[in-house]
Design a protein around this ligand. Structure first.
Ligand code: AP5
Ligand code: MG
Length: 229
């Protein structure tokens, strides 16, 4: 299989999927395995909101409604992250780009540096399962690590495995906001998939099944064999 290879040294992997598809869960696993930073647009917006920055205050209004944050804010925030030294070897992008305008801006920035997206993994999950996943989700407020009461519980109930912080439920996981997120955000996400399919970058994977089964499919899509042990 031919993978769309990056022309530069950095490895830039995109995880794309609807609300609750498992982007954050799989990106955290990839971060540990590949030693690349996990850059999640939603986590970055939530951090800015918690810190009360001007960006966070603007983003909050859109996130509470389940709408996309405007492209200019999102693109500026994400390009800053990609320019940081932590991303010098590459990054796992979770939730960005989410519109064709964002994808084009990302492509243009990378092309200006002789780089390109390495691979886009599109994690597909039926909408009934998405709603069930999100309704059982608890997250770490510090770093956004997601857990699920049934399918991925923390070792100690209600506490983050990584840093011991009490877990919370996301404000935008209320059923009416989840419905709005699906309605508003899936159509532009499908346009992003079509954009990268034209460039031959997309691997579609089945996001159903146990978390480690999905990880095996993601690694396969990235051309990496699963190491057992
Ligand atoms: P964001 O935080 O990115 O939300 P999202 O895309 O809706 O995705 P989620 O984080 O809800 O789901 P996920 O795919 O990460 O799933 P997870 O791994 O947690 O964005 C939030 C908001 O910010 C947006 O609504 C928008 O307003 C704004 N925004 C963000 N990016 C933007 C952009 N680029 N442009 C404009 N606006 C933007 O898994 C879900 C649950 O399922 C968890 O409980 C998990 O434990 C469980 N689970 C995971 N995998 C499995 C499995 N295989 N089996 C069973 N359970 C599983
Ligand atoms: Mg997420």
């Amino acid at each position: 299989m031919t993978h769309g290879a990056s022309t530069g040294a950095r490895r830039i992997y995109l995880l794309v999927g609807a609300v609750g598809a498992g982007k954050g869960t799989q990106a955290e696993i990839l971060r540990e395995r590949l030693g690349l930073p996990h850059l999640a647009s939603g986590d970055l917006f939530r951090k800015a909101t918690r810190e009360g920055t001007p960006l966070g205050e603007k983003a909050r209004v859109y996130m509470e409604r389940g709408d996309l944050v405007p492209d200019e804010l999102t693109i500026a925030m994400f390009m800053d992250e990609l320019a940081k030294p932590e991303a010098a070897r590459g990054a796992i992008l979770d939730g960005f780009p989410r519109t064709v305008a964002q994808a084009s801006a990302l492509d243009a920035t990378l092309a200006g540096q002789g780089e390109a997206i390495s691979r886009v993994v599109y994690v597909e999950v039926p909408s009934e399962e998405l709603v069930e996943r999100v309704s059982g989700r608890w997250v770490c407020p510090t770093d956004g690590t997601p857990y699920h009461v049934v399918t991925d519980p923390p070792r100690v109930p209600g506490i983050c495995d990584k840093d011991g912080t009490p877990l919370i439920q996301r404000e935008d996981d209320k059923p009416e906001v989840v419905r709005a997120r699906l309605a508003q955000q899936v159509p532009p996400m499908l346009e992003v998939i079509a954009h990268y399919e034209r460039a031959g970058k997309v691997a579609r994977i089945d996001g159903r099944g146990a978390i480690d089964e999905v990880t095996a499919r993601v690694l396969d899509a990235l051309g990496m064999s699963q190491r057992v042990g």
